[in-house]
Design a protein around this ligand. Structure first.
Ligand code: 13P
Length: 125
């Protein structure tokens, strides 16, 4: 079974994540990809990846990913956070990050760390 990875981007970072995903589409396609709602739609439409879409982040998608981490169902989190804006769902963002730290989940928060984490993940399993 392929490893499960999550891709999430705040609105101001979605173009960056889509471009990064397009650049790495062949590697990414070897994983089971889950994503919050709007990010997942963009990745499906513009990077042509097969993505399981959760709820939109502010409507519970971040919490769903946190639950996946706590249940051992997520092998890496790629979370392109907007560094310039306050989020109404900041508590959910912090909770997701906290759980990724707590469970020692590989975590990438920008393009360079995403490329490094992706390269470090075991492929085909
Ligand atoms: O808000 C998000 C993460 O905190 C992302 O959610 P969307 O992918 O639904 O925009």
């Amino acid at each position: 079974m392929p490893a499960s990875i999550a891709l999430v981007a705040h609105d101001a970072q979605k173009d960056l994540m889509v471009a990064w995903a397009q650049d790495h589409a062949s590697v990414l396609s070897q994983f089971r990809i889950v994503a919050t709602g709007t990010t997942g739609q963009r990745l499906t439409d513009q990077a042509h990846l097969s993505v399981e879409r959760l709820l939109s982040g502010p409507k519970g998608g971040d919490a769903q990913l946190g639950a996946m981490i706590a249940e051992g169902k997520l092998d890496a989190l790629f979370f392109f956070i907007d560094p310039m804006s306050a989020m109404p769902h900041d508590v959910d963002v912090k909770s997701l990050l906290r759980l990724a730290i707590l469970y020692d989940t590989p975590l990438a928060v920008n393009r360079s760390s995403a490329t490094a984490v992706l390269a470090a993940l075991p492929q085909n399993g």
